[in-house]
Design a protein around this ligand. Structure first.
Ligand code: DER
Length: 227
């Protein structure tokens, strides 16, 4: 199915993995929006699913499309989560968080039997590199900034575009973008950042490769990586 839009091709392809009766984690971003467009069409055709949204934006988009929703607390396990990514390395380790949704995305991925990442080829890289989004409780903003700077690298508070002052995540926290440079050991850096007191979660996701399928959208079709 070629329509010249790689993100749309990937998003639509992912919707084909959804089976009737599934509980589906709904990621955040512009690529997953295409998946939700396709799921809306399939729901009109009789598909019955329950979506678990990873952000306020995704919940709004799902409601606009008539996708039934439940909260993470309402479900015991998620059959399939479909999400985007900012960087994908050959081991299927990810950097996410361009949309500041990585904390809830990681919770939903962790509750999922399978994770499908949808992306265009611009997200593929040989080695992950910063900036790494880091969600921090406001109380610990200065402390976490100092710890990250001691690790080497530059820390930038993510400022709002149509809001003066820092962006606040859906959880009411501040986002730091940690310009780490090339990341030699993503698992180690993920643990090191997430263990800093005050950090709620960062955008390195190196722990889902074994349950991951990556759908890389091309102009006229898709490439499938992973399981
Ligand atoms: O913020 C996120 O983690 C999103 O999934 C993002 O990484 C992907 O956004 P895109 O599909 O709009 O490129």
């Amino acid at each position: 199915s070629g329509n010249g839009n790689p993100k749309e091709n990937a998003g639509y392809k992912a919707a084909e993995y959804v089976r009737d009766g599934m509980i589906v984690g709904l990621g955040t971003g512009s690529t997953v929006a295409f998946t939700m467009d396709r799921l809306a069409e399939r729901i009109k055709g009789g598909l019955r699913i329950t979506g678990v949204p990873t952000s306020i934006q995704t919940a709004m988009k799902a409601r606009e499309r008539g996708i039934p929703l439940a909260s993470l607390d309402d479900v015991s396990q998620i059959d399939l989560t479909i999400d985007g990514a900012d960087q994908i390395d050959p081991s299927l380790m990810l950097i996410k968080g361009r949309g500041a949704a990585q904390v809830r995305e990681r919770c939903v991925a962790d509750a999922s039997k399978r994770l499908i990442i949808v992306a265009d080829s611009s997200k593929l890289c040989d080695q992950l590199s910063g900036p790494v989004p880091v969600e921090v409780i406001p109380f610990a903003l200065g402390h976490v900034t100092r710890k990250l700077e001691q690790m080497g690298g530059v820390v930038v508070v993510r400022d709002g575009v149509k809001k003066d002052g820092p962006v606040l995540s859906d959880n009411g926290n501040i986002i730091l973008d940690y310009h780490s440079g090339p990341i030699k050991d993503p698992q180690a850096l993920e643990s090191e950042i997430n263990n800093i007191p005050g950090v709620v979660g960062c955008g390195i996701m190196a722990e889902f490769s074994d349950i991951m399928t990556v759908i890389v959208g091309e102009n006229d079709d898709c490439r499938i990586l992973g399981i």
